[in-house]
Ligand binder design. Structure first.
Ligand code: AMP
Ligand code: GLY
Length: 425
């Protein structure tokens, strides 16, 4: 196979990890990113397109002889960027808009799960606020309120009390999440440890990737507000996810893809399953139509595969013949965030020590919210700034090394959790 020029959409640590893995492929030609970040722009050229505009992305890709478009985040997928790219005859990694509804509409995902007989929290959905208020009042206990549509990770309210639930219902129906909150899903509250499983699929073949565990709360001990994720490790050890539980999770991923196919929808790309490991077995919390962030930053470094070949195989329906193997090493990734995150924070702080950390054996520093200034300095430009990932033969070594590397990097206001993976030790 000759090389293909690649356009990668997105700007987070996930996309930096995807870009690095794509760049390692012998089939990668020129690499373009839109909009990218400080780390990605050291590896790839900037493509002057709005990642959420299907027409612009597809036309630019055609004009520049792009042979593969890779979509990182969910918003462009839900907007139909993959459809527009494929309509030009250009291979694309990521589901079309109909399949991306698995993330774009929680109610749609619930209906697919019900048809596929997949275990998930019991739920009711509402488009009328008064009916929703009446239902939540009658429940009179813990529940989870979810805005139906995309809400940048903020549309889920885990309510311990009826008052918290009613406040959540207010938020959704009063427009805090725009149109995403016009339909509201009220779910039974599940309990247990969480575990994510990513799977690649071409719509028929489903290849599960490694398990991982994200740490969503801002502070040590799972305290503080929810964030996009403060750290992650992979794989999740047996004492947290048994072989039976893992088999059940893989079965869920296969059943959902098969159900969509039966419904006339080809799901091509990465399907992210978020699970709660309840005492009755794994139950689905959510599906995402893309790789997880920061899960990707620990899963991809452990995966042995030519990512360009694998992504093309997802697009053209030949994933059954792709080669993907795993090392038996462990990966731990710690997020370095700006002071104040997930609330308001300052940007533009000079970051030092990335090179020293990256020169450590087994360490990769993925950029998330960073930018380059004219002199080539790396500056903070987001809440989550860097993902410091260590890969090592044992979990304890990976964890110790990740934290050693975190100490070498500095910027004003650097904040991070010191207990990533503590439960797995
Ligand atoms: P989601 O975006 O749907 O994954 O929700 C974000 C977070 O909310 C999850 O990672 C869980 O921690 C929590 N969550 C979502 N649904 C439930 C549920 N039914 N029961 C308990 N916690 C939940
Ligand atoms: N780490 C959670 C997500 O990617 O949605």
């Amino acid at each position: 196979m000759k090389t293909v020029d690649i356009l990668l959409l997105g700007a987070g640590g996930r996309e930096h990890a995807l870009l690095k893995k794509l760049a390692e492929s012998s089939h990668a030609g020129r690499l373009y990113v839109a909009p990218g970040n400080g780390g990605m722009l050291q590896l790839a050229e900037l493509a002057p397109v709005n990642q959420d505009d299907p027409k612009q992305v597809a036309e630019w890709a055609q004009d520049n002889n792009i042979g593969l478009v890779v979509v990182g985040p969910e918003a462009p997928l839900v907007e139909g960027v993959a459809d527009a790219v494929r309509a030009k005859g250009i291979p694309c990694f990521g589901p079309n808009a109909d399949a991306a509804r698995m993330e774009g509409s929680k109610e749609f995902a619930k209906q697919v799960m019900a048809r596929a007989n997949v275990p998930t929290a019991a739920y009711q959905s509402f488009t009328d606020k008064d009916e929703c208020v009446a239902y939540v009042t009658k429940l009179d206990g813990p529940c989870v309120i979810k805005a139906d549509g995309l809400a940048a990770g903020k549309g889920v309210i885990v309510a311990q009390t009826t008052q918290e639930a009613l406040d959540g219902v207010d938020l959704c129906f009063d427009g805090a999440f725009g149109d995403a909150g016009k339909t509201v899903v009220v779910e039974e509250m599940l309990e247990g440890p969480e575990c994510s499983l990513l799977a690649l699929t071409d719509g028929t073949t489903v290849v599960p990737l490694a398990t991982s565990q994200d740490h969503k709360r801002a502070y040590d001990g799972d305290k503080g507000p929810n964030t996009g994720g403060m750290g992650v490790y992979s794989p999740v050890p047996e004492h947290l996810v048994s072989t039976d539980a893992l088999d059940a999770m893989v079965d869920v991923m296969k059943r959902v893809v098969a159900q969509l196919k039966y419904d006339g929808i080809t799901y091509s790309g990465c399907l992210y399953g978020g699970f709660m490991l309840t005492k009755d077995g794994p139950k689905v919390l959510e599906f995402n139509a893309r790789f997880g962030d920061p899960e990707t930053q620990v899963v991809l470094p452990r995966m042995h595969a030519d990512l360009v070949d694998v992504f093309l195989a997802c697009d053209n329906g030949t994933l059954d013949s792709a080669s993907i193997t795993w090392g038996d090493d462990w990966a731990v990734s710690v997020v370095l965030a700006s002071a104040g995150y997930p609330g308001s924070y300052e940007s533009g702080k000079v970051i030092t020590g990335i090179g020293d950390a990256a020169r450590m054996d087994g360490i990769t520093v993925y950029h998330a919210g960073t930018k380059l200034d004219d002199a080539g300095n790396v500056l903070t430009a987001g809440g989550r700034v860097l993902d410091v990932t260590a890969v090592a033969p044992t979990f304890a070594q990976a964890r110790a090394k990740a934290y050693e590397a975190c100490e070498l990097i500095d910027f004003e206001g650097k904040q991070f959790r010191t207990d990533i993976g503590a439960r797995a030790l």
